[in-house]
Design a protein around this ligand. Sequence first.
Ligand code: PGA
Length: 252
Amino acid sequence: MRKNIVAGNWKMNKTLQEGVELAKGLNEALAASKPNCDVIICTPYIHLASVTPLVDAAKIGVGAENCADKESGAYTGEISAAMVASTGAKYVILGHSERRAYYGENNAILTEKVKLALANGLTPIFCIGEVLEQREANKQNEVVLDQLQAVYELSAEDFSKCILAYEPVWAIGTGKTASAAQAQEIHAYIRSTIVDKYDAKVAENTSILYGGSCKPTNAKELFANPDVDGGLIGGAALKVADFKGIIDAFNA
Ligand code: PGA
């Protein structure tokens, strides 16, 4: 059975001290009862080694927001998958639309990153999603299928270790969300492509998260869809109450 997951993406927010406070606050908020879903926080690299030992690993997984497409060596400023794993982090977001748009990450680069993440025991949270013009031209299926090729190079065994996140770029940080029906439609399509590439069992076991202006007020409706297995949360992951409100969408 696939897992329900709520994952936070802090992006380039929070100093180390602020990030430690946020992680502590979330840990406290989840102390009383076990959430009804897996909870992950993906933080800036420099927070990882401090945040990982602070949170109850049985309730909160920690991840990075990126890793290098090279194993090690003369790549000034880069952080390898092995370095991420050495902090105790277990996850890594790869292929976020901001990385694709601002840092030129394409399928070839992302395949390398995914393979290195897996080789170092990290679970990739692999992001896909169309921009507004592509949605307006009704090209979203084509776009996500093309982006998925970066992970469809993997064996079924390796692919099964990945989490997918569908994030329509027009909904990220804009306050606009895909409607529950739009999310369900494309998540079902994504799952059908997993059946085509691998098989029904692999597809059935893959968690596909929705991302893009997910809030406590709309999380329940989005997550109620049969093919929406949780969320990747940006802005609302920066406040304990908001993030907890989204986690609680799985409790009601
Ligand atoms: P948002 O970001 O929740 O602020 O829209 C989501 C994301 O980019 O992962």
